[in-house]
Design a protein around this ligand. Structure first.
Ligand SMILES: [Zn+2]
Length: 341
């Protein structure tokens, strides 16, 4: 009896550290909660840290919400932050496409959070300030209100089901825009729906070198996802495998038109429950990014947008119901929520 009790006590003592560790790992908040709560960038030198789907961003720079050839969408998400090289690239693409490709301007979707990292919703990647979603809907000639930027839907370019573009939506200018982006030396790859890749392959003619970077993928039927190479000065940035020189218009594309991608998964063991990514899973430098001071003079996307609107107009819009504000073409600004304690 005593021996049995001693054995039991020894077992508890041996297991205690493991039990405590287990509890500790569970108690650690998900990294997306920590990064999702950061409203503004860190006061650090700009660096992409880690991999596109497992990392963070130091010294993020804001993509301005408006420019001569672009407008940023979904301002309330505050995901218009990137490595300065990404901001420079999107700015360049907007101007070049408007001046040379007959593309009236970019509607800019998500880049990264102010300090990058995992997000509370959507996107596995976009974590290190080197990914940008560019809508394949041409920019309208007028400035959109904040409300329109929240609610306006992008126009799908590809039909649901068969991987074919809508003939009444696709234009040669779509192709020129994607080619322009792919030709830029800092672009690592671009993801589009298979139907878009197919159409690009058909229209490319003899000029095909850039096609290797344009990769078919699920989703991406109303936007292209542009990814940049790791920039100089970011030694902690982890490169992705090169896309090679094959134009990808052969077997790799044919796979999407076979039965293979749509076969139901073989019944097997239930998939292991996905663990939330904790801070411990990210490069250790990401702790410093979270802890760093906020860079002075920075503001969220919505606050930056408000700066564009004359205060008198803004005051009127604030007193209106959203629908009424939209009717008279005023930006609808939800009143700022009280800050969390
Ligand atoms: Zn994306």
């Amino acid at each position: 009896m005593v021996a049995a009790m001693l054995r039991f006590i020894r077992l508890v003592v041996l297991l205690a550290p493991a039990l405590l560790l287990g509890a500790g790992a569970q108690a650690e908040p998900a990294a997306k909660q920590l990064f999702g709560a950061k409203q503004l960038p860190s006061a650090q030198r700009a660096q992409a840290i880690g991999f596109y789907s497992k990392g963070c961003l130091a010294g993020g720079e804001a993509m301005p919400v408006d420019g001569p050839h672009w407008q940023a969408m979904r301002l309330s998400r505050n995901r218009n932050w990137g490595h300065p090289q990404l901001v420079a690239f999107v700015t360049w693409l907007a101007r070049e496409a408007a001046e040379k490709d007959g593309w009236p301007g970019l509607l800019v979707g998500d880049l990264s959070q102010p300090r990058g990292g995992p997000m509370l919703s959507g996107h596995a990647s976009h974590q290190i300030g080197l990914d940008a979603d560019i809508w394949l809907t041409p920019m309208p000639s007028r400035r959109l209100s904040a409300r329109e930027r929240e609610e306006m839907s992008a126009v799908p370019v590809v039909k649901p089901g068969p991987h074919e573009v809508y003939e009444n939506v696709w234009t040669r200018a779509h192709g020129r825009l994607i080619r322009r982006a792919a030709m830029h030396p800092s672009v690592q790859r671009i993801l589009v729906a298979p139907g878009i890749k197919k159409r690009l392959c058909e229209e490319a003619g003899g000029d095909r070198s850039w096609l290797a970077k344009v990769r078919p993928y699920w989703g991406h039927n109303y936007h292209m996802h542009v990814r940049l190479f790791c920039p100089d000065g970011s030694p902690g940035c982890k490169a992705q495998r090169a896309t090679g020189s094959d134009d990808g218009c052969g077997g790799a594309l044919a796979w999407w038109y076979s039965d293979e991608p749509y076969r139901p998964a073989k019944p097997s063991k239930p998939a292991p429950k996905k663990r939330e990514m904790t801070l411990a899973a990210l490069p250790s430098a990401c702790r410093g990014v979270l802890a760093a001071e906020t860079r002075a003079g920075t503001q969220t996307a919505l606050a930056a947008f408000e700066g564009h609107v004359p205060p008198s107009v803004l005051a009127k819009a604030r007193d209106m119901r959203p629908a009424a504000a939209a009717l008279v073409g005023l930006p609808y600004m939800p009143r700022p929520r009280p800050a969390r304690p």
